[in-house]
Design a protein around this ligand. Structure first.
Ligand code: BEZ
Length: 212
């Protein structure tokens, strides 16, 4: 197993999940994907994360993103735990959770970091584009729950920059000004970005979000 890097092809797999046996690529279809692992079922931080992910599903769907979670617990455990998540987080878990008892997917995606924990998966996130390329990786420790607003924000940035010659600055949020790609000379940028180009420095040019 090698570490997955940005631009690598996300490995395909077929796995038992809380929604039956699923093939990852078939599940994703032509959508974007988020595959995220958590350490264990019936743990407090994971319970809040999975509940939050369920509440964000509509927002991810608007962006054509399908979610799949994973832990090394079994499917029966997932199904029992989902009842608790639904009850305590006032939601309905509405995406599959891989039951990676044999750690096959965890190994494929390098989700077990033995110096953190020898057996449990860390909080990994992989955002995968429709060509099945890895566009983002994140790794959080077991003690820190993830920020799903940040995942949505990254998806917005990835989808915008996939279609326009722009990049998104620090703390950017959907609809805010973006930066012109460094490869484009300012005069050319003015023709492309008809809403205007503000040249702060020759290498730092801002323009309104071209899709807003
Ligand atoms: C949690 O989800 O709360 C958790 C899981 C493993 C270690 C620490 C916290």
């Amino acid at each position: 197993m090698a570490t997955l890097r940005l631009g690598d092809t996300a490995p395909d797999f077929t796995a038992v999940t809380s929604e039956g046996t699923l093939n990852f690529y078939e599940y994703l279809g032509d959508n974007w994907g988020i595959l995220f692992s958590h350490p264990a079922d019936f743990t407090p931080v994971c319970t809040t994360e999975l509940g939050t992910a369920a509440k964000f599903k509509d927002e991810f769907e608007k962006r054509n993103v399908k979610m799949m979670a994973l832990s090394v617990d079994g499917a029966a455990s997932h199904l029992e735990w989902i009842k608790d998540i639904n009850e305590t987080q006032s939601t309905e878990v509405n995406f599959p959770i891989v039951a990676d008892v044999e750690r096959k997917v965890s190994d494929l995606y390098d989700m077990i970091h033995p110096n953190a924990d020898n057996t449990l998966t860390v909080r990994s996130v992989f955002i995968i584009d429709p060509d099945k390329k890895v566009k983002l990786t994140l790794t959080y420790p077991a003690s820190t729950g993830r920020n799903f607003y940040e995942l949505l924000r990254v998806v917005d940035s990835l989808q915008l920059t996939a279609n326009h010659k722009v990049a998104t600055p620090a703390n950017w949020k959907n609809g805010e000004k973006v930066v012109v790609s460094p490869a484009i000379p300012t005069e050319e940028a003015k023709n492309i970005f008809t809403k205007g180009v503000e040249e702060v420095k020759p290498y730092l040019r801002l323009t309104p979000d071209p899709t807003a």
